[in-house]
Design a protein around this ligand. Structure first.
Ligand SMILES: Cc1cc2nc3c(=O)[nH]c(=O)nc-3n(C[C@H](O)[C@H](O)[C@H](O)COP(=O)(O)OP(=O)(O)OC[C@H]3O[C@@H](n4cnc5c(N)ncnc54)[C@H](O)[C@@H]3O)c2cc1C
Length: 399
């Protein structure tokens, strides 16, 4: 393999998190002098003007949106009309949406204009990638096929080529081939659920609210889209998800209307649906010699609170800050102390969020009467206790 440094930083994977990492490295003062390459084999999915919204959308928290703005990617993303959500409404299926036990987070209570934005995955990734390339990053449309880590250099194989870098950042998703090549493991816990995703048109306006109803089989989220539709993420058993996927549009619309307790009136389905298996995953170690994991390559969580990308963006902000601090101390970008500091800070944060979401999932999956009553009143208690509510609003904003 190559014995020379071809790039300072080589990022494997140009999804949302890898593209954010390349853009932030190029746009941050302390790291903007670094040479950065991005390895991404999948073709670019740049949405064309007027094209319908893609099925995969994410809820970007305030903190995640701030990163998109900081690197100058917001104007390009704005062309695809990310939809601001001003309210989050969470309730259990054993009580009505308008009842006293419904938890409502309002942006106005936090003194903010909104709580975040719902945006297409491909539009966020394309806008970030554009900024990374404008800042001088090089995009190589090829997969990683091997990694060798050494004290002086990390070497990355891609087909016939061998590339040397001071630091390799793996952002190649939950199945991360780079993680395996670097000899890092992952602990995985599959949920007995799949997420069924689709966009539907509601009879009543969504009023810029993100809604979630906890059903006995799993949570149903209804996220507002700029075109007036809602994007649903229905977590349910694989057998039920398979059934729902096969229904005709009329029957599917009726099933989602019933599952959402008619909160938006009748929902009309048209267009594609997709099923995604769900698992919780966490890498015991985030870093190795001249190597770091970010985003889903390091951790995946249940989508019930829409936190996956948000955690990934926090990884990126922390890692780029540590690299910048190392450069200011005269160290190189793969400085082991900087990598250790990154791993300590982000692993602790991600363990906390992953644990909280897993706890929430178990709490709502438990159908014993006493647990049902406790969680229903628990939502109402949080709604009425100002400090507790503030704590959850801060998490929703991405703090
Ligand atoms: C149903 C559902 C709903 C969700 N909703 C939300 C939400 O509302 N908010 C939120 O924050 N998160 C949400 N998430 C989570 C979010 O989608 C993920 O956390 C996020 O996509 C991870 O981004 P990533 O860049 O780390 O990985 P990915 O998006 O998986 O990107 C990995 C990239 O690596 C590339 N790659 C793979 N193999 C190689 C290789 N050998 N060499 C080079 N490149 C390679 C791939 O082509 C891909 O582009 C949701 C997840 C699901 C399943």
């Amino acid at each position: 393999m190559s014995a020379r440094r071809d790039f300072d930083v080589l990022i494997v994977g140009g999804g949302l998190v890898g593209a954010a990492c390349a853009a932030l490295l190029n746009q941050s003062r302390a790291t903007s002098g670094l040479t950065v390459a991005l390895l991404e084999p999948a073709p670019a999915l740049v949405p064309r003007a007027g094209e319908p919204l893609d099925l995969r959308v994410v809820a970007l928290s305030h903190a995640a949106s701030a990163l998109v703005r900081e690197v100058g990617a917001w104007p390009a993303l704005a062309e695809r009309q990310p939809c601001a959500y001003e309210r989050m409404i969470v309730w259990d299926s054993s009580s009505p949406a308008e009842g006293p036990d419904t938890l409502i987070f309002d942006a106005a209570e936090a003194g903010e204009p909104d709580l975040g934005h719902i945006a297409e995955n491909r539009a966020v990734a394309a806008a970030l990638l554009e900024r990374a390339l404008a800042g001088g990053a090089l995009l190589l449309r090829t997969p990683v096929s091997g990694i060798e880590l050494g004290a002086d250099l990390a070497r990355v194989a891609t087909g016939e080529r061998r590339l040397g870098a001071a630091l390799v950042i793996a952002a190649d998703g939950a199945d991360s081939p780079a993680r395996g090549y670097a000899g890092l493991g992952v602990e995985a816990y599959p949920y007995p659920q799949e997420a069924l995703v689709a966009h539907l048109s509601p009879a009543r306006p969504h009023a810029h609210a993100a809604r979630q109803r906890f059903l006995p089989g799993g949570p149903l989220a209804l996220l507002p889209l700029a075109d007036g539709r809602v994007s649903i993420v229905w977590s349910t058993s694989p057998a039920h998800a398979a059934e729902l996927a096969l229904l005709d549009d009329a029957a599917f619309g009726a099933a989602v209307t019933e599952a959402s307790d008619g909160v938006l009136g009748a929902l009309v389905a048209a267009g594609p649906r997709a099923r995604v298996p769900l698992r919780r995953q966490h890498a015991p170690r985030y870093v190795a010699e001249r190597f770091a994991l970010v985003g889903d390559a390091a951790h995946t969580v249940h989508p019930l609170a829409g936190q996956g990308v948000n955690q990934g963006f926090l990884d990126v902000a922390c890692l780029v800050a540590e690299i910048g601090a190392a450069l200011e101390r005269g160290e190189d970008p793969g400085d082991p102390r900087a990598l250790r500091r990154y791993a300590r800070a982000r692993r602790a944060g991600n363990v906390l969020v992953g644990g909280m979401l897993d706890g929430l999932w178990h709490l709502f999956a438990d159908e014993r009467g006493v647990v049902k009553r406790a969680r229903r009143t628990g939502l109402g208690v949080v709604n009425r206790a100002a400090p507790l509510k503030r704590f959850f609003i801060d998490r929703a904003l991405g703090g």
